[in-house]
Design a protein around this ligand. Structure first.
Ligand SMILES: C[S@@+](CC[C@H](N)C(=O)[O-])C[C@H]1O[C@@H](n2cnc3c(N)ncnc32)[C@H](O)[C@@H]1O
Length: 292
């Protein structure tokens, strides 16, 4: 993708940030970077709402535009709507916006009140809202581990549909746990195979259009839509979520039965599994960035 500028909401220990090689803005009120970073980064210690309220907030990026935006901050739907609205108003039609954690595998993983190790929260609702309210956008859920992504193409900085609908969306979609996650999300029936997404010719066409300063041409990004549903359909029974230690689940979710067999080192196993999954997600992000 060779973006001119990258913006990341939610930095944590900086593992995704290590992939960037272009001027970058990274926002997190509580970042704790533990890896080496190899880009010209403006690291912002603030909430995304506070950051986006600042005039000229993306001036650090070439052209004052977000070519590649990664939304991975607070995992609650209202934050995801706002992060998207803010990123989109600072994007162009050739920009690429990716949300993380849009395909929770179970209601516990989608809980607003976190109690599992892999936590997607209810940000998947932003995907449902965009698909209903913004048919002009190409929204592709991508089948990544552990909790999926959403790729959004065709940004329109002038669009105010989501802003106008925001209060209604909160009233309609915000619900106490447990969340009623739609089967389509749990089973990933519309998701795309990540390999096919990365291999798409759309990336080269987007770069060419961006470099030529071409006016909006939906024919450039629309072909990506055909990749919806190319990922595997997941069985209805989601894997048992790994719970946080010493954290009581909400009352309405049945507690996990005691383990029937003793395992050598469950904590080490879980940490290893988590690192491997994160490595795979980061690898995919890097491959998308390489294509742009
Ligand atoms: C899942 S982690 C981000 C991981 C990172 N993107 C990566 O892939 O390595 C989520 C981060 O969002 C941050 N966060 C929470 N609320 C936020 C907010 N309102 N604005 C920006 N970041 C927020 C948290 O501090 C946390 O570090």
């Amino acid at each position: 993708m060779r973006p001119r500028g990258y913006l990341e909401v939610g930095v944590n220990d900086g593992r995704s940030l290590t992939l960037s090689r272009v001027p970058t803005i990274a926002i997190d009120p509580e970042f704790c970077i533990t890896s080496e970073v190899s880009c010209d980064v403006r690291l912002v210690k603030a909430t995304s709402d506070d950051f986006f309220a600042r005039p000229g907030c993306v001036d650090h990026l070439p052209g004052g535009v977000i070519d590649f935006g990664f939304i991975d901050g607070m995992h609650l739907s209202e934050f995801a709507y706002r992060d998207f609205m803010n990123v989109e108003r600072l994007s162009t039609w050739t920009s690429v916006i990716v949300f993380d954690d849009m395909l929770p595998r179970s209601a516990p993983e989608a809980a607003r009140d976190r109690y599992t190790k892999f936590w997607a929260g209810d940000v998947y609702k932003a995907s449902l809202a965009l698909q209903r309210l913004r048919p002009d956008l190409v929204c592709i859920p991508v089948d990544t581990s552990p909790t999926g992504m959403l790729l959004v193409l065709g940004a329109n900085a002038a669009d105010t549909t989501l802003r106008s609908a925001y209060d209604g969306l909160l009233a309609e979609f915000t619900a106490p746990d447990p969340q009623a996650v739609p089967t389509e999300v749990l089973q990933r029936t519309s998701s795309a195979d990540p390999e096919k997404v990365v291999a798409s010719p759309v990336w080269a066409d987007l770069v060419a259009a961006r470099e030529a300063g071409a006016p909006r041409d939906p024919a450039v990004y629309e072909p990506m839509r055909s990749l919806r549903g190319t990922g595997p359909v997941v069985p209805v029974v989601a894997p048992e979520p790994v719970r946080l230690r010493d954290h009581k689940p909400p009352a309405r979710v049945p507690a996990r039965p005691p383990a029937s067999r003793k395992r050598a080192s469950p904590r080490a196993e879980a940490v290893g599994r988590r690192s491997a999954l994160r490595r795979r997600t980061r690898k995919l992000l890097r491959r998308i960035a390489d294509r742009l």
